[in-house]
Design a protein around this ligand. Structure first.
Ligand SMILES: Cc1cc2nc3c(=O)[nH]c(=O)nc-3n(C[C@H](O)[C@H](O)[C@H](O)COP(=O)(O)OP(=O)(O)OC[C@H]3O[C@@H](n4cnc5c(N)ncnc54)[C@H](O)[C@@H]3O)c2cc1C
Length: 508
């Protein structure tokens, strides 16, 4: 059963190429009352939520999935959808923080996440453009060569297939390169719709446009608005409200473009460089049209200029490819965990029986999928080999992740500096249509957006999560919080957690 409302496709104004798969989807509006007691409530309809919902429902459990917007609204609708056997946290880094056994387990989890996707595609016959491809990683400087050698060594040690190669399908001049065989790519929302169908066929319930603001203990049960369940999983990418993970994971925006090439020749591989931040390219056919998908220029949410990030990305693509037109451009959000590995399990200090999975870095296709298996085992009281490694209550020394600590230190800076001492000369009148800015009106900070008709929408710019000041995102037309990554639309509605409460509207 599926209960839903109007369709809004994703958490920003820019369209990703995946959304075409959702257009014209028939929605039911069966408003049957939610009066059952469910075994588990799953909050969030991305790859993590739907995979765990399906897995649990198929064990005979009675599951309800609640999505604040529509299925695929979050990062799964804005991903670049590579499926890899390697990860942003290299196996060498995992070994230095978690030992050789930890690194081997991490590689096992990534592999199993990869295999879960393939298993679901085969089992439920999901037509989602799944294709195996070779993955190439190349180094352009001596420092990068050193890191590349470490990546090779780390991958060898944990048993991931990798070899040196001199034949990377790229125009970029590189010094040394690796080839990872047996990587894959797919269409993330076609996959999600396949999972959704299988879940509903198995008797699962989905409610869309139903934001869960809190989950409270109610005797032996958990209560989330009208929903009663014995257990709950926050598959929300980042659990909502103030929690430990706000301090253990940093939010990043990442930029992607899909372009047509004059040559008509598209790389038949997944190709990555090693710059900071890195770039990648691959190809995908959308609506019978082959496209080059390229991404990069990541930065902490709310910290840099999204317009510049897109301009830099386009410049980068045009430097190496003969672009005839830009078909899509979009950005999305991911979370970098403090010690390099995700957090999967019970939420510390929350009610008993409330779980989450977060901190996937840029690897949530595999890590979201393996999270589903881990969470399913935890809920069913079964052993899981990865539960200890990804424990939500682990405390690890973070020597090799000092960058993270440095970056997160600015949370305090934004809390104070955005409120005081910043001279504000702009007035509402000087705002151009289609733009927004935090302005000073008679000594009061106001988040003001002028729409294309010249109507000004004003909001209290104080993020409802941890009270930092939001910044304008000129590309996605959203208000983004530089502290923990909460995002709001031009009317103040929450687009991305951890906030659950909308920005307060101010009448002018
Ligand atoms: C640009 C980009 C490219 C990427 N490329 C790759 C890649 O190639 N390979 C890879 O493995 N990973 C990649 N990633 C990472 C990957 O896309 C994510 O880790 C993954 O999609 C997260 O899935 P999720 O289901 O956990 O979260 P989401 O897809 O964000 O889903 C969470 C859902 O929860 C809902 N929600 C939130 N709060 C509430 C609430 N209070 N009540 C109800 N619902 C709520 C949201 O609306 C959302 O739909 C990329 C990330 C980015 C940003």
């Amino acid at each position: 059963m599926k209960i839903n409302g109007p369709i809004i496709y994703r958490d920003g104004m820019l369209q990703s190429p995946w959304q075409h798969a959702l257009i014209n989807i028939k929605v039911t509006s069966d408003l049957k009352k939610i009066e059952n007691i469910y075994d588990t409530l799953i909050v969030g309809g991305g790859i993590t939520g739907l995979t765990v919902a399906l897995l649990l429902q198929e064990t005979g459990h009675n599951i309800i999935l609640s999505e604040a917007h529509t299925i695929g609204f979050g990062t799964t609708g804005g991903t670049s959808a590579h499926i890899n056997t390697f990860a942003d946290t290299t196996y060498k880094e995992a070994e230095s923080a978690f030992g050789e056994d930890g690194a081997k387990l991490f590689a096992g989890a990534i592999r199993e996440g990869f295999d879960i996707i393939k298993h679901n595609i085969d089992k439920y016959k999901i037509d989602c453009d799944y294709e195996l491809k070779a993955g190439y990683l190349y180094a352009e400087s001596d420092d990068e060569v050193e890191q590349l050698n470490d990546i090779y060594e780390g991958a060898q040690k944990v048993g991931v297939k990798v070899e040196y190669t001199e034949e990377v399908p790229t125009n970029v001049a590189y010094k040394k390169a690796l080839k990872f065989g047996g990587q894959a790519q797919f269409h993330p929302l076609k996959y999600l719709k396949g999972l959704e169908k299988a879940y509903i066929n198995a008797g699962g319930v989905i409610i869309e446009n139903n934001k869960i603001e809190k989950i409270e203990k109610d005797g032996d049960l958990l209560l989330a608005g009208d929903i009663k369940a014995k257990k709950a999983v926050y598959a929300t990418h980042m659990p909502p409200n103030i929690n430990l993970f706000n301090f253990e994971c940093a939010p990043y925006r990442s930029y992607v473009m899909a372009v047509k090439l004059k040559s008509g020749k598209y790389p038949d591989a997944l190709i990555y460089d090693m710059q900071e931040p890195y770039h990648y390219v691959r190809s995908h056919t959308i609506d019978n049209e082959e496209l080059l998908i390229a991404g990069g220029f990541d930065h902490k949410t709310g910290h840099e200029d999204p317009e510049k990030a897109f301009a830099d990305l386009e410049k980068y693509i045009r430097k190496y490819y003969n672009v005839s037109s830009v078909k899509y451009k979009w950005s999305s959000q991911y979370y970098v965990p403090v010690d390099g590995l995700p957090y999967i399990g019970p939420i510390p200090f929350a009610a008993d029986g409330v779980y989450c999975a977060t901190g996937f870095n840029g690897n949530g296709m595999m890590l979201g999928s393996i999270s589903a298996k881990i969470l399913c085992d935890l809920i069913l009281d079964k052993e899981n080999p990865y539960a200890g490694l990804f424990s939500t209550s682990r405390i690890k020394p973070v020597d090799s992740f000092f960058e993270f600590v440095k970056e997160n230190a600015d949370v305090g800076y934004h809390f104070i500096a955005d409120r005081i001492g910043i001279p504000e000369t702009d007035s509402l009148n000087r705002l151009k249509p289609g733009t927004g800015k935090v302005v000073d009106i008679e000594g009061r900070k106001v988040a003001a957006y002028k729409d294309d008709e010249g109507v000004i929408h004003t909001l209290n710019p104080v993020c409802t999560h941890a009270k930092c000041m939001v910044n304008w995102n000129s590309e996605e037309k959203s208000w983004d919080c530089p502290c923990h990554g909460a995002r709001y639309d031009i009317f103040g509605k929450v687009l991305t957690g951890p906030a659950t409460i909308d920005l307060q509207q101010i009448s002018n």
